[in-house]
Write a protein that binds this ligand. Sequence first.
Ligand SMILES: C[S@@+](CC[C@H](N)C(=O)[O-])C[C@H]1O[C@@H](n2cnc3c(N)ncnc32)[C@H](O)[C@@H]1O
Ligand code: SF4
Ligand code: SF4
Length: 357
Amino acid sequence: MLRDILLERKRDKEQEYTLHLFEYCNLRCSFCWQDHENIVGLDTITEKLIPIEKFLQTETRDSVVFNAMGGEIFAPEIFNQNLLQQYKDLTLGIKNLGLKYNKKVKINWVTNLVTDKYNEIDELMNYSKEVGVHSEMVTSYDPRGRFNRNDLEQFKKSMEYFGDRVTCISMLLNGPNIDYILQDKDAYFKKLYNEGKYIYFDYYMPDSSAEYQYPTAQDMLNVFKHFIDKYPKVHPIADWIENEKNYLSCRTSKLVLADGTMCNCGNLVQEEKSIKFYKSKIESMDNSGIEESFLNKYDCISCEYFDRCGLGCFMQHDYKFREELDECVYKLTHRYIDDVRLSRRAEPVECQTTPQH
Ligand SMILES: C[S@@+](CC[C@H](N)C(=O)[O-])C[C@H]1O[C@@H](n2cnc3c(N)ncnc32)[C@H](O)[C@@H]1O
Ligand code: SF4
Ligand code: SF4
């Protein structure tokens, strides 16, 4: 089908596997769907290699990035020698599976950095290097609903300690964060931006607290315009400004949950209390239903911005109570980028001061 061919060339060539090793966490972010007291999975880290191998058996991409996360993998209360050894074994297991299935593998350790377990983290990263698995650390920063004062201090300390070893800082576009971002008074965010850190704004996926967290399409448009005007280097905005063609934001992530369940991203909210918020039936191993309804709703295939656009998060747009604008919020954003470009082009050029010969 033409639609499949068009979409296929917009899919990232690197497949993402997200490993929720367990849900236990030392923080209680207000937007997070997980059960942070739950210790299921803590002692079965390497058993996740079984579902990972099942995914790999039918994997068509040559390159796989593993986002290994909790909950919080480096939470001081649980990150002991035993857990460190399990992470090392997981790393070695992933390396061996990569060799067996002829895949290039990489691991992102996803952490909230509210931890002082620096020796253990250093040991894990060094081990990864020794066995030849490329590993990076990625983190999250939210000005609202994430840190208390002490947690924020610990986070900042860790950012200083690990420096450029933290390769991505993800921030969430939920309602409270957007309200705060638009006030433009977050000095720490400005510091990160000015240091040239890779900052990625992620789409909020509705769960049972969506009533308080969900951004309207107007909120999204406002914050996108704010970034275009003041922070054009944050992602994915920088990609929309700089690239003619971009991959889909939705990486159709393959997931392994704490108990070993295999699924696609939509299954995260399969709980009874969350699932009623969605228009489509969410299938555990197949995202094509929500993808299809998004493409039909906006008629993306005939849109002038199809190549440049990332098409957002399909789960977010499937939310029953979404407050839409008359036109697609991404289309309005791409048009705004073009308008800003045109108006800059129309600005008077500087006068020539050196004499011409
Ligand atoms: C579940 S956390 C686990 C890793 C680690 N504890 C952290 O916060 O980075 C992984 C990512 O999911 C994001 N997240 C949490 N709740 C979300 C939601 N409702 N929609 C979208 N992303 C969410 C977090 O902000 C974080 O970047
Ligand atoms: S730190 Fe991560 S896992 Fe913990 S509550 Fe926050 S988003 Fe959820
Ligand atoms: S701008 Fe809107 S309609 Fe156009 S491709 Fe992107 S999501 Fe689809």
